[in-house]
Design a binder for this molecule. Structure first.
Ligand code: FNR
Length: 184
């Protein structure tokens, strides 16, 4: 498969975030043809439509990074049965000004981890609706609802043995999705 760059957006700003740990573990699993770019959304201002014609530097930087990537991987917790506000804030910034939606046409996928058995399923479902509005073709299956448990990460921070094969298979499916859908 050809070389590709994937933007990774984590929906938690928490220092010890499980979702950030998941992102870091996934970055380490990249095959030789894939490079992951972690996008910082914590430094973005609160979205205000008045700023559309003079977006701040962090917003411009995020949009430039997204433009350079072939696909986007969202790794997010669930907050109150939906997506965290910081993630929605980043999505809104990237979508504007009208007609300059940086997300458009970028193939995407969603995963998330939660201490609860719900495994971020409801947040993922809400995010799918937003990504559809942003014109992002989003991998439907297999879905990945992960529960944070003892041993999910090993002592090195990698995905523990029980889940490693499943996650690797899912990632291969996502890379194929990006390769098939980019530029369409
Ligand atoms: C949560 N949490 C949570 N978990 C869940 O499975 N469903 C939910 O609706 C919520 N709601 C929720 C709201 C808010 C404001 C917070 C702070 C937390 C718990 C959440 O899954 C847990 O804190 C995770 O550890 C958050 O992800 P990170 O920061 O570890 O990546």
């Amino acid at each position: 498969m050809e070389n590709m760059q994937i933007a990774v957006i984590v929906g938690s700003l928490r220092k010890d975030s499980f979702n950030r740990q998941l992102a870091n573990a996934i970055v380490k699993m990249a095959p030789a043809n894939v490079s992951f770019k972690l996008i910082d959304i914590g430094g973005l201002p609160l979205y205000n439509q008045d700023d559309d014609e003079h977006q701040s530097d962090p917003v411009k930087k995020m949009k430039a990074d997204i433009h350079q990537c072939d696909g986007v991987l969202f790794i997010t917790p669930e907050y109150n049965r939906s997506i965290p506000g910081v993630l929605k804030n980043a999505l809104d910034h990237g979508s504007r000004p009208y007609g300059q939606n940086a997300w458009a046409k970028k193939p995407a996928a969603i995963i998330g981890i939660s201490p609860s058995p719900v495994g971020t399923a409801l947040a993922q479902q809400h995010l799918r609706g937003v990504l559809a509005a942003l014109d992002m073709p989003t991998l439907c299956q297999p879905e990945m609802f992960l529960q944070m448990k003892e041993g999910f990460f090993d002592e090195t921070g990698a995905i523990g043995e029980a889940s490693r094969k499943f996650i690797k298979g899912w990632l291969d499916r996502f890379f194929t999705w990006v390769s098939t859908n980019k530029g369409i």
